[in-house]
Unconditional design. Structure first.
Length: 175
């Protein structure tokens, strides 16, 4: 049942973004390159600036999933110039109480549609290898492992596996 909605974050949503991002870092500290300690030290102006995509010259799609007015999921899509053929997914997270309810798949669907609309060839991400549920989600969505795992952060024993989704296969499977 889709009793959630997905919203594109704007600069006016900086407080919502700050809240869900910090919650994600507290809940899943081994899933992100950044840490709660690093990001909780940011000023409100820093949070506002992150969502001011035009001022930053950034082609990005920051999304939040909400249920009953509460943020229950987060994902960022970013296309880094000059490699405009690849869209990247960062900050993917779903509140533990609602995992398995299709929110992550809905966020991935929105990212895929966005990347296709930008004429990207692929979507890339990195997933912590010990997060079996996330690895299964990405594999079931068509992502395949590329390259070798690398440390999550400098000095970390946790590894992340780079993965990619070939968007040409997505288009062909819908024809």
């Amino acid at each position: 049942m889709n009793d959630f909605n997905i919203k594109l974050l704007t600069p006016n949503d900086w407080a919502l973004y700050k809240s869900v991002r910090l919650e994600s870092l507290l809940d899943s500290p081994d899933s992100f390159g950044s840490t709660y300690e690093q990001e909780s030290a940011l000023s409100d102006a820093d949070w506002q600036s992150r969502l001011d995509l035009k001022a930053r010259g950034l082609d990005a799609m920051p999304l939040v999933a909400q249920r009953g007015g509460r943020a229950v999921g987060l994902a960022w899509g970013v296309i880094h110039a000059p490699d405009v053929a690849t869209a990247h997914i960062y900050q993917m997270w779903v509140l533990p109480a609602v995992r398995g309810e299709g929110i992550a798949k809905a966020l991935l669907h929105e990212m895929t549609a966005w990347a296709l609309g930008r004429k990207c060839d692929q979507i890339a991400l990195a997933v912590t290898t010990s997060n079996a549920a996330a690895v299964r989600l990405y594999q079931s969505s068509g992502f395949i492992a590329i390259d070798q795992p690398t440390p999550l952060r400098n000095g970390s024993v946790l590894m992340v596996q780079p993965m990619a989704l070939n968007l040409h296969s997505v288009v062909e499977s819908t024809i």
